[in-house]
Structures are given as C-alpha cells and as structure tokens.
Write a protein that binds this ligand. Sequence first.
Ligand code: SAH
Ligand code: AVI
Length: 334
Amino acid sequence: MVLTMTATAEKQSNVLFEDQQPTPGDNWAELIEGLSREQKQINPKYFYDQKGSELFEQITLQHEYYPARAEKSILSQHASEIASYCGENCILIEPGSGSCEKVRLLLDKIQPAAYVPLDISADFLYQSAQKLGQEFPWLSIHAICADFSDQWQARTDLENGRRVIFYPGSTIGNMEPNRAQAFLSNLREWIGEDGSVLIGVDLQKSDHLLNAAYNDAKGVTAEFNLNVLNSINSLVNADFNADSFSHHAFYNRALKRIEMHLISQQAQTVTIGDNLIHFDKDEVLHTENSYKYSLESFTALSNAAGFTLEKSWLDEDKLFSVHYLSISKTSTLR
Ligand code: SAH
Ligand code: AVI
C-alpha cells in the first residue's frame, strides 16, 4: 500500500488513503486501441483528471442537469427509510465517489462503521475524503484510489462488517448494458452473501429535458467534454488541441442513451508516443454514453445480475430513481 500526500487538504486522523491508481502504462494500450477504431472512442473514465472532477461538480450545479438535484431530493427525503434498509454498522462502499457530496445526506442516519470512497481521480479523492473526515469526525474513512472497471479485486481486507455498495449519480449509465450487468454481478463478490447495493439510476424521459441536461447554457458540459483531451495529453503525453474540436451531445432515442462526441473542426493528426492518429474534418470521437433506464429495464438488468430489487424511490417529477438491491436467494456466486 502506498500512501500519497500530494494534495494540500489537511490530513485527518479518521481518514486512511490507499493509492492503487492505474499507471500511464495501464492506460496506453486501451487508449490507442479505442482511437484506432473506425469509430474512434475513449473510456469515459479519462474525463476525471483534477480539472475534469471539478468540472463535473460544476455540471451538477447547472439548472439543466436535473439528475444531481433529483437524486439529492430522493436521498434527503427518504434518508431514514434508506438507512433502515442498509442496517446498522454497515461498511458503506462508494465506487466513483467524486466529491462525496451525496453520502453526506445519509451518514447521520446510516451511521456506518466505515465509509470507503473509491475513485480514479487521486487528488480529488484525497481532498474530498479529508474534507468529509473533517465534517464527520466520528466517521472512519478508508479512501481507495483505483479503477473500478478493471475487475477490481474483491477486497477481503476492508473493515469488518456487512457491506453496502452506494453507487449514486447514475454512473452505471456510463457503461454499456452488458458491462453494467457484468459490473453489478461482480459486485456480489465484493459484498458477499449478506451485502446489498443502493444505486441511483437516471430514467428515460423527453428528448427535450435530456438534450438540455447535456448542453447546458453556460457551456460547462462542453468544457467537461473538451477537457478529456487535455486529460489524455497529460496521461500519455499526447498532443491533442482541444481548441480544434467541438462538443456535440444528443439523446439517441433508439438506443436510449445520451451520446457525447467531440467533432474535429479540421483535418489533423495527433501524436501519442510513436502513434499518429489522423482525424478528418468533421470526424467524430465518441467520448461517452449515458444510458437511461425505465423501471422495468433496470429491474430486468439487476435480476439478470443476480439481484432482487427490494425497493425503489423516485423524486416527485419521476426524473430519477434510487434502488435498494439484495442478492437473489437463487443466485450463486461464481
Ligand atoms: N458519485 C458522485 C460522482 C459521480 S461522477 C455523484 O453521484 O455525484 C463519476 C465518478 O466516478 C467520478 O468521480 C469519476 O472520477 C469516477 N470514475 C469514473 N470512472 C471510474 C473508474 N473506472 N474507476 C473509478 N472511478 C471512476
Ligand atoms: C457521471 N455520469 C453519470 C455523468 C452522466 O450524466 O452521464 C457524466 C456526465 N457527462 C456529461 N454530463 C455529466
């Protein structure tokens, strides 16, 4: 275990920080492979360098980005009932914890024995965990910087207790449905027979609301999308010029997903080490999908992954959903 002290936030005695951040070498092959496809694409995890994590926080404050507001209203309104499902003294694990903003709405009610935020964005995670530790001095925090998409090893060495995965934000929507199912299924190994999952999932709705949420008037989502090129530049020493691409996001109703793209404004060649990646004018780099579910399609997905949906909560406008899942009695761990 490596302890990192790179960030400036004051170190709290109730916070342990563990660094398993992927190295640039881990990312290199995946990036080149995606950029060499006929339809160029990248894994959306590359959005989250320090700037990207900060921009995502800004997105959540935009009026058009209803998911954050709707999910927070669900968590605040139903915190006591959610806590009764989670049970006492659980180990609360949050993959993709970001600013740890949403867990704040539940901590006083759930009173977990430990909170384990897990995120790929190292310094942002470090700072968020320290800040949370300062605000909740009674809380034991074990922050882990790691890539959760990478068959993250089921950890047997975490704090003892019943494990509850808290996976808000509809981050599951950024995975292809088959990957989402595999990810959920893999979670059963993290949590063991008596564990459970509390998950936030964005719902299908009108094209108008969806398109607005990913094209906010201030252009924060556009900046977030373009920043992925700077993030890749620093990670693998590439020379993308973000000024020569433009943001494009739209709801693909047939596939029930928001697609985010970057469109090359000119013919250009980008260098990554010895690799030359050519873009034609108007060629598209597919940067993210954000799948939207119905209650039926998410129930089917969680059942296929070996979970039973025990309870669903919706905000009053039925824009967003939070679900409590337990392991199906009939499911067997691989
Ligand atoms: N849970 C928070 C943040 C959601 S944004 C909320 O609901 O507001 C998605 C978060 O997942 C970011 O903080 C990002 O850094 C993290 N993330 C994305 N892909 C990841 C990966 N493969 N492994 C670990 N963290 C990842
Ligand atoms: C983190 N994730 C669920 C966000 C989403 O809505 O898909 C990321 C995002 N992309 C653009 N805006 C927000």
